[in-house]
Design a binder for this molecule. Structure first.
Ligand SMILES: C=C1C[C@]23C[C@@]1(O)CC[C@H]2[C@@]12CCC[C@@](C)(C(=O)O1)[C@H]2[C@@H]3C(=O)O
Ligand SMILES: O=C(O)CCC(=O)C(=O)O
Ligand SMILES: [Fe+2]
Length: 370
């Protein structure tokens, strides 16, 4: 029987019965985005002007320009700092986002993964379409899932991986796809172990007891198999007029934490009350971490689930790799509140929340608010 290595208690039945557990891909298949499957990304490189379908209202460009405050920078945390738990906990409370250095993920691995992502997006469109996300599926090449919630398309192409990328990679490259699969597998392993470490530090900071279900899940030997994880490769191609387009529209991420590597090209912005849109300027070797909806719920609203978006660089293509981490789809997330504070949200099962998000995007949270 699997046990929590800290408390020696058996982990919940849900986590043990791996065969009957819902996978994250299944959870997404249960909530298909009906409008998305017949639409494919543009062949961006061939365009000399921005088509109407991708031309965002002028007012959003004004917002991009006027509300970007380049003087305020988001916190940078050194993971080798002896006070790292306190630093991360406090920044999760005050910002919901930070950059992390000395995180232990080898630079060479990040560089190899970025190079493989570049090799993918460099392929001719006819090739990329061979790995097009199937209707209702969550993985493969295609448009961002949030596309149906906006009236214009984003200047973006993406590739989603959940676990092995072999099936789609073999469609992209009939041979020589193993280097892609190997590096993405190693990258996901490294991201998972970093995500587990950070989650552990945050649970301690929140003083969540060792016998709470969330600690039980994180510490259990079963956590190796039972997590919701996904790796999203994002590409924001060069644009003939970046002032008219949106790279990735404003959104919050769904799971506990997102760990993002951004290439040296700028574009990511976070929204901060009182300041507006702030750039997350790339720092060489640093990873960007942000709180997602599930940590917002678990922290009973103490951690903001930061709203973010991506604008397109005027001169260069931008690549990023976002790793999403959370408990398995059948796990029930319950807000942790210190009495007399009362819970702000009802408990929600991860796959139910994925479904609420698929239908309602940013209104999903308010649907579980008490
Ligand atoms: C696990 C996932 C999180 C994500 C949806 C996905 O199935 C894979 C892609 C992720 C992404 C990346 C771009 C922004 C986002 C909102 C989207 O549309 O697809 C996130 C999703 C999310 O956090 O919900
Ligand atoms: O490309 C980026 O910097 C951000 C990507 C992102 O927000 C996402 O994949 O959820
Ligand atoms: Fe995001």
């Amino acid at each position: 029987m699997l046990q929590n290595s800290k408390t020696n208690k058996p982990i919940s039945l849900l986590c043990q019965s791996i065969n009957i557990m819902t996978t994250l891909s299944q959870a997404y298949r249960d909530h298909p985005l009906i409008h998305l499957h017949h639409i494919v990304p543009l062949d961006f490189d061939s365009l000399r002007t921005v088509p109407d379908s991708h031309d965002w209202p002028h007012s959003s460009y004004d917002t991009l320009k006027l509300h970007t405050n380049g003087d305020v920078s988001i916190p940078l945390i050194d993971m080798s700092d002896p006070n790292v738990a306190m630093l991360i906990g406090n920044v999760c409370k005050t910002w919901g986002v930070f950059q992390l250095t000395n995180h232990g993920v080898p630079t060479s691995l990040v560089e190899r993964a970025e190079a493989e992502a570049g090799r993918l997006f460099d392929l001719p469109m006819t090739r990329k379409l061979k790995a097009l996300r199937a209707p209702g599926d969550a993985t493969g090449y295609g448009l961002p899932r949030i596309t149906p919630f906006f009236s214009k398309y984003m200047w973006h192409e993406g590739f989603t991986i959940m676990g092995s990328s072999a099936e789609h990679a073999s469609q992209l490259w009939s041979s020589n796809y193993q280097p892609f699969c190997d590096v993405m597998e190693e990258y996901q392993k490294n991201m998972k172990s970093l995500a587990e470490k950070i989650t552990h530090l945050i649970l301690n900071f929140l003083k969540i007891p060792d016998d709470a279900e969330i600690s039980n899940w994180l510490h259990s030997a079963g956590a190796a198999a039972a997590c919701s994880t996904a790796l999203q490769l994002n590409c924001y191609p060069r644009c003939p007029d970046p002032t008219r387009v949106m790279g990735l529209a404003p959104h919050t991420d769904t799971f506990l934490l997102t760990i993002l590597h951004q290439s040296s090209t700028c574009g990511l912005q976070i929204f901060r009350d009182g300041f507006g849109w702030l750039p997350v300027t790339p720092v060489a070797g640093a990873l960007v971490l942000n709180v997602g909806d599930l940590f917002h719920i678990l922290s009973n609203g103490r951690f903001p689930n930061v709203l973010h978006r991506v604008v397109v660089d005027p001169t260069r293509r931008r690549l990023s790799m976002a790793y999403f981490f959370g408990p398995p789809p059948d796990f029930c997330v319950t807000p942790f509140n210190n009495p007399p504070e009362s819970p702000r949200f009802r408990s929600v099962v991860v796959k139910e929340y994925v479904g609420l998000k698929a239908k309602n995007l940013e209104c999903a949270l308010s649907m579980i608010e008490i």
